[in-house]
Design a protein around this ligand. Sequence first.
Ligand code: UGA
Length: 441
Amino acid sequence: MNITIFGSGYVGLVQAAIFADVGHRVICMDVDADRVERLRDAEVPFFEPGLSALIQSGMDNQLLSFTTDTKAAVQASDYLFICVGTPSKSDGSADLTYVMQVASSIARYMTSRKVVVTKSTVPVGTTDQVLAHIKQALHDQGRDIPIETASNPEFLKEGSAVKDCQSPDRIVIGTRSPKVLEEMRRMYRAFNRNHEKIMPMDPPSAEMTKYASNAMLATKISFMNEMANIAEAVGADIEDVRRGMGADPRIGYQFIYPGCGYGGSCFPKDVRALKFLAGQFGHRAEILTAVHDTNQRQKNKLAERVMARFGSDLSQRTIAVWGLSFKPNTDDMREAPSRYVLEGIWSYGGKVRAYDPQAMAACREIYGERGDLVLTEHKEEALEGADALVICTEWKAFWSPDFEQVKSALKQPVIFDGRNLYNPAHMEELGIEYYGIGRGL
Ligand code: UGA
């Protein structure tokens, strides 16, 4: 099949690459000429395991190409996927400017039947809005061309995006057109193996499935962070509690890790957007409000703990930070807990020495050169002469460091662990002052 993907971010690029990998002819369109140029050399603008190789092989097989030419991109394919960003506006709602710009371009350049698929996470009702917008524009231009739509949300995780897309646990197709459903079944045949994964529904339900899934996952995390804070207050160890809870299959072990809060481009934005959407329909989404507020408090926790230990004047202090990305296996620092740590320490006059296996360039881009930030080549170097170590991300490289080396590099052996990587009893044996999350302080 011929498919055009608008947007070469996480969702668009991965989807383009895996569609080309199973034999579809895919054009990926982006307005950013520099990005497109680099993609033609299989240079992926972010770190995502396996993606560059897949893009290269798609181009080698002449099934995948990149363009900035909107008109050619619209006219080349029957299926047009909208995978552009939907950032948060200041009121929490999703900004649909880019989605509607693509819709306008489609209306302007289409000369034959098109099916427009929204894959970006969009507020409930957007797919219908895109259809109405294109129909109206065609009508205004006096053109009568068949146009259909579908909502086909993406559930990939950064860091395992290629794998998630290649073996999805569900393929949600929200459309009112039986013909589109049939065609999309064919499009996804290679991914619909082992058991039936395609879930047909109407577009609003498909859009809501995506928001509700992310909101549920975010709720699990905020719930566990609340339990961790209670555990801390009452003298229990949340890690034992977590294991005890997870053994009940109705609860399960997944996604119940307490920590320094959820970050990334999805959960914070989607929880806010769903809350806003509910409000527009007169519903006060109290659980979502609590999930969001709990997460904000949790993100401030590590910096507050550093202040509680060293006082609010950190002008004579240097803090080592391990992990800048919002989670391992990505270089993404969007809404990362580490940013609250860095900015918290700086606001009290402290200095930071930081290391991350992938996110150093992202960090430089956000904060630029500044006297109170040193980014080091190795994790050991970050510790040199620092007063304490703060861990923000559970990269494998941080799980079993040489603790003797950690002790001798730090001015005093203090660790604030935002991911509960170490065993408090072991830390005590080693003579390290250790603060985890929810570990009965
Ligand atoms: C998330 C969802 O997991 C995907 O299903 C969804 O498709 C995606 O958003 C999206 O909407 O595009 P992602 O943002 O890549 O994926 O990252 P996650 O692995 O879900 O982690 C999100 C945050 O939650 C991270 O900061 C992580 O550290 C935190 N987390 C996760 C916890 O604090 N505890 C846990 O138990 C799990």
